[in-house]
Design a protein. Structure first.
Length: 104
């Protein structure tokens, strides 16, 4: 199973800024290892973000994103106590769900 995501959420004037650090190799399939063999592709292909039960982001990614990507978004209408859930799945069917509760 993948390492937990690091999620930071700040709330100002009903606007939540969510920043997520995802620990993932994001291999393109073009790099070679020390023996000269090609490292196979391994990348996140989908990510979703929910605020409480409402889907606020649904994105399709590719191997063009760097290793350990940082993802950020702003959500209008958020308030203290709201739950933010971040989910991703990669091309090897590894997946991860993490959540944070908005606090002052």
């Amino acid at each position: 199973m993948a390492e937990p995501m690091k999620i930071r959420a700040t709330l100002k004037n009903n606007m939540a800024e969510i920043r997520v650090l995802v620990a993932h190799p994001m291999e393109t399939g073009q790099r070679k290892d020390a023996t000269g063999a090609i490292v196979p592709t391994h990348f996140i292909h989908s990510m979703t973000v929910h605020l409480n039960e409402t889907l606020v982001y649904d994105g399709q990614w590719s191997q063009a994103i760097s290793r350990n990507p940082v993802f950020a978004l702003r959500i209008k209408g958020a308030k203290i106590g709201d739950k933010v859930v971040v989910h991703w799945m990669d091309n090897k069917n590894d997946k991860r769900n993490d959540e944070i509760t908005l606090q002052a």
